[in-house]
Design a protein around this ligand. Structure first.
Ligand SMILES: [Zn+2]
Length: 150
């Protein structure tokens, strides 16, 4: 009896599920501005004046709706980072490269993006970096191809 309960049957199969996904009005505009105009936009809270990048509809601190769009700098400061040394097929660049937390000039929040630097040992917290935009945008966050040290 115990053997029957322990016995597991596994059926393998695949289900194809077509879907469409909308990024929402704010992310749509954010990505479009990067691709078309090579501008990085945030939204400003009418109450606390914080500028959020990437933009979001509601301030996380005041719960105010944010509708004022502000262009922030396409350069900023490295706040933290990690370096990728091991390669897998899905990586955007050949290692070594780094992922960094970046505070763009004029923003009060941080973004995470790729830093392309010849020698990752040169990367430091506090380093100034600048966005390198993709030649042919594809309406993705990787339309900022990476950031490079200034
Ligand atoms: Zn606020």
């Amino acid at each position: 009896m115990d053997n029957l309960i322990d016995e597991k049957k596994i059926f393998r199969g695949k289900i194809k599920v077509p879907y469409k996904h909308t990024a929402g009005a704010y992310v749509e505009r954010f990505i479009t501005e990067i691709g078309k105009n090579k501008r990085i936009m945030g939204v400003k809270c009418p109450k606390c004046s914080k500028v959020f990048v990437p933009p979001r509809m509601i301030c996380v601190e005041c719960f105010e709706k944010m509708e004022e769009w502000i262009e922030v700098g396409n350069q900023g400061t490295v706040v933290g980072f990690t370096t990728i040394a091991h390669s897998t097929p899905v990586m955007p660049l050949e290692p070594p490269y780094s992922y960094a937390i970046i505070r763009l000039d004029g923003a009060d929040t941080d973004i995470v993006h790729i830093i392309n630097i010849g020698d990752p040992k040169q990367l430091k917290v506090g380093m100034q970096v600048k966005a390198v935009f993709k030649e042919k945008p594809r309406k993705r966050i990787l339309d900022i191809e990476y950031f490079r040290p200034i």
